[in-house]
Design a protein around this ligand. Sequence first.
Ligand SMILES: Cc1cc2nc3c(=O)[nH]c(=O)nc-3n(C[C@H](O)[C@H](O)[C@H](O)COP(=O)(O)O)c2cc1C
Length: 234
Amino acid sequence: MKICILYGSPRKKNTYAAVQQIKERLRLHEEVEFVEYILQKEPHDFCCGCYTCINGAEEKCPHAAHVQPVIQAMRGADGLIFATPVYVMDMTAQMKAFLDHTGYFYMVHRPYPEMFQKSALVVSTAAGAGTKDANASVVRSLKHWGVRRIYSCGISIFAPGWDAIPASRKRKIEKRLDCVTDAFWRSLGAKKRPTMHTRLLFFAMKQMQKRKKGTGADATYWKQQGWLDGKKPF
Ligand SMILES: Cc1cc2nc3c(=O)[nH]c(=O)nc-3n(C[C@H](O)[C@H](O)[C@H](O)COP(=O)(O)O)c2cc1C
């Protein structure tokens, strides 16, 4: 089992601690290989809006050398974990900067077939408020990638740090993390269809590609996949 983890911050504190517990829990179930990227430590760049990827040449993105290894690692993994602290009620800028580079494989463009077989777990930590919005922002992208099952867990620390959380509340947090990790793990082996939302979105995008009758990169890709002739990625 291979899991790709993306950290939205280089700070190895609250969010990192939550992920370490998730990793431990996963290891109880089976042997897992973790491929991890700390987005700020990896050289990364803001999308410059050149449209190179959207127009069909993602390998020529000016930041491809930094972005493509992460994307290819995700494609090769069974499951994905996105971990971000909440910064001003949302994911960190590092995480958003990475997600901006993934627009070309949104379902509206050229979705990767293997994304429809994957599960993801989104985890965020906040001092108090904002995990719901931060998780929702990340989840929205994953839905557009076609990820089959998406789980999320938001943790409000309400303490100066992870180690300062009172024991009784810490136990509750750990229980929630274990529960969501188990659900994520169970979904990795399951041969489930994507959610109705994903199937409807795929169907809508297929109709759009059919109507366009275009020769652009997206239209060519959809034709090559056989998706305009009834084949499905799930
Ligand atoms: C720039 C910045 C913005 C933050 N914004 C929020 C916020 O909107 N809501 C909140 O509850 N905590 C906020 N926090 C606190 C962090 O989300 C919280 O401490 C988190 O657990 C830190 O995770 P880390 O230890 O993995 O870095 C913010 C922290 C920073 C540095």
